[in-house]
Design a protein around this ligand. Structure first.
Ligand code: ATP
Ligand code: MN
Length: 467
């Protein structure tokens, strides 16, 4: 075959140099046609759109044609011509075809319309579907948007460790990291495992959040963000929880809770706008195939100012709803950790736009949040979104050494784990705030996918670590 430089399909479909010879490489999505002429829909992953390859059967060897099946990988040299029937402006009149990889009829993606559950079982192949191609292109673009947003605002990308010897949240179940022989664990007289000879000389785990180390950086570099894998061994099989997910955690010196809310709102809107501006074909595909309200919901979030409301008032609204006959699965009262159904009621039924709930009871929030004067609540903020519930959790941090220490002692958090964190409050303490955005929760919103397992390439959930 003649050597022609390959053009990606995304570029080819925009090209108007009709009459030139081009080369494309990709995977056959479908092949149809008559005895004289066949039409191959070819996709190379660079765009949701296929290029149509027109094949005059008389010009090609029958043995070669037999190998052009759904899923096969081919290289095509041909003339770029104006298209009338393919739904695109350009198509290719094939001159030479080479089969790079055949694909027999055991290929599971022969037909369209597989269930999401089935596609999860073949997660190694699902990127080849239109849906997952769209989702993973959007995922890439959102990662770029996030770095761009923070970089343009003078935030530094700071790498916090994935292996840690402290449990930031206290609540999150952690995965242990050890090189000890689990068949032969040394224990002391109380039955506790002795970690002295373990790799780190103490108990270590995978991180549930980079925040504590992020605070060390913010109180030195001013404004930082982290963006990395996060691990939680919570045994919650929900459509919104993964055991391994990616989190973005900005942390900013001198920001109070209001600055923090402004940042969160500006950040999410920037990301949503980015998706509409840079991934429109993919978003439109998902809108048309799965979720007819998707684009409208994305545009809605951009238009509206987020509601900002204290937890106490949010609970009143929910209690009123119950009094008027609304049924929730879980009870709602002051002090309760709101369930996703409560959060969604506030967002979807009551306000009909995103809500930032603030000033939660201190008992249901982490030790490091700034305590309010009322002695009962802390300066926490959760950003609640339609269809998802909590998308961001954050707070102004307690900057006062004594108050922080008291809280650490009340909660029996071992001081040996916390000395370095407390040093930020001992040496030049400053007001500061930050939050954590679950990357996959943002992707759920932007793609309209219903299950968090479908916005990460290889989901890790209880009893599932395949691929
Ligand atoms: P939730 O109440 O939904 O379990 P959380 O309060 O435990 O979340 P935070 O500790 O506040 O979550 O973490 C910050 C953000 O990280 C959350 O707002 C959410 O977007 C995301 N997140 C938390 N846990 C998970 C998880 N298991 N899988 C995916 N994203 C998560
Ligand atoms: Mn939270």
């Amino acid at each position: 075959m003649e050597t022609i430089r390959r053009t990606k399909i995304v570029d080819l479909l925009k090209c108007r140099d009709f009459g030139t010879m081009v080369n494309v490489k990709g995977w056959v999505r479908t092949r149809r046609g008559s005895k004289q002429v066949n039409f191959i829909a070819l996709n190379d992953g660079s765009t949701i759109n296929n290029v149509q390859v027109v094949v005059d059967l008389a010009n090609f060897d029958e043995e070669l044609l037999k190998q052009i099946t759904t899923g096969a990988c081919i290289s095509v040299n041909g003339e770029l011509v104006e298209s009338v029937g393919s739904g695109q402006a350009a198509e290719i009149q094939a001159r030479e075809i080479e089969v790079l990889g055949t694909c027999d009829n055991t290929y599971p993606l022969q037909k369209k319309g597989h269930s999401m559950e089935f596609l999860r079982e073949i997660a190694h192949l699902r990127p080849r579907t239109n849906t997952f191609g769209a989702v993973f292109r959007i995922r890439h673009n959102m990662a770029i948007a996030i770095h761009k947003f923070f970089h343009e605002r003078g935030f530094f990308y700071f790498h916090t460790p994935l292996i840690t010897a402290s449990d930031c949240e206290g609540a999150g179940q952690m995965f242990q990291v050890t090189t000890m022989n689990l068949y032969d664990l040394k224990k002391d007289e109380n039955g506790s495992i002795i970690y002295d000879n373990d790799f780190f000389g103490k108990q270590a785990s995978l991180t549930v959040s980079g925040q504590l180390e992020g605070e060390l950086a913010a109180t030195a570099l001013g404004a930082i963000y982290t963006f990395g894998p996060t691990f939680r061994a919570e045994n919650s099989n929900t459509p919104r929880h993964l055991a391994e997910f990616w989190m973005i955690e900005p942390e900013v010196a001198f920001n109070d809770i209001n600055d923090n809310m402004d940042l969160a709102e500006e950040f999410i809107k920037y990301c949503v706008q980015w998706a509409l501006d840079n991934c429109y074909d993919d978003v439109k595909f998902l809108n048309d195939m799965f979720d007819k309200g998707l684009i409208e919901r994305l545009q809605g979030v951009l238009k509206e100012e987020f509601v900002r409301l204290p937890y106490t008032e949010g609970v009143k609204i929910l209690e009123d709803a119950v009094a008027k006959g609304h049924k929730f699965e879980f009870p709602v009262y002051w002090g309760v950790d709101l369930a996703s159904e409560h959060e969604r009621y506030l967002v979807e039924e009551h306000f009909k736009r995103p809500v930032i709930l603030t000033d939660y009871p201190k008992e249901i929030k982490a030790f490091y949040m700034k305590q309010n004067e009322d002695g009962k609540t802390v300066r926490a903020m959760d950003v609640l979104f339609p269809k998802i519930g909590e998308i961001i959790g954050g707070s102004e941090r307690e900057a006062d050494y004594d108050k922080l220490l008291t809280r650490i002692q009340e909660l029996n958090i071992p001081m040996k784990d916390m000395w370095w964190y407390l040093d930020t409050r001992k040496y030049g303490s400053c007001p500061h705030s930050g939050f954590g955005l679950g990357f996959e929760r943002l992707l759920l919103f932007v793609t309209g996918m219903a299950n968090i397992r479908d916005v990460i390439p290889f989901p890790r959930t209880p009893r599932n670590a395949e691929f």
